[in-house]
Design a protein. Sequence first.
Length: 206
Amino acid sequence: MVNRELTQFRVQRHITAAVTYQGKSSLPWLLAAFSIDQRSPSFTMLCKFSFIAAVALLSQALSSPTATCNDIQIFIAVGHGETYPGTQKSITTLVCSGRTSCGTSNIDFPSTSNSNYCTVATTGIKNGIASITEYATSCPNSKIILTGWSQGAQIVTDIISGGGGTGMGSIANGCKQDTSAAIDPTTVPGKNGESFVLEGDRSWVS
């Protein structure tokens, strides 16, 4: 004979742990899974099966975050010494003005670091390509705009057309940047590209 009170306690304890897992709620799934007839002789078996199914659903949800897709998504690479969104906020504000589906994202790199200029730029290129590719894959109908200022402009240029070689200017101090390939305009994320804005690209010197 099933000790119904003990079984209820054990299941409730598992539910409490699962609901608070990583701060994300699985309560709707667990409540649905726990809606069973406690008077049934199969109560214990159903509880175990329901709990396993709920945890599987929770794990899938946590490992597959849903992106918020905008018609236009602007990726910003800030200048050396700036923090996101930097001086380009005014540009993105104008682009998104009057649009109901327009957002911005940061191309993450150590822009305030005094580390080797070329190493910092390479980090921005890699992170930028990864972020843009991830977004375009999740949001295939979105149009992507890249904008960069100063070192960020160089990063955007190198994302689009490839980069590498000797760094220009006093900040770069003749460092050697790793070679990076241009993105393919016929595949993701290249085919999602709409336009780009460059200001003070440090790879161009007079």
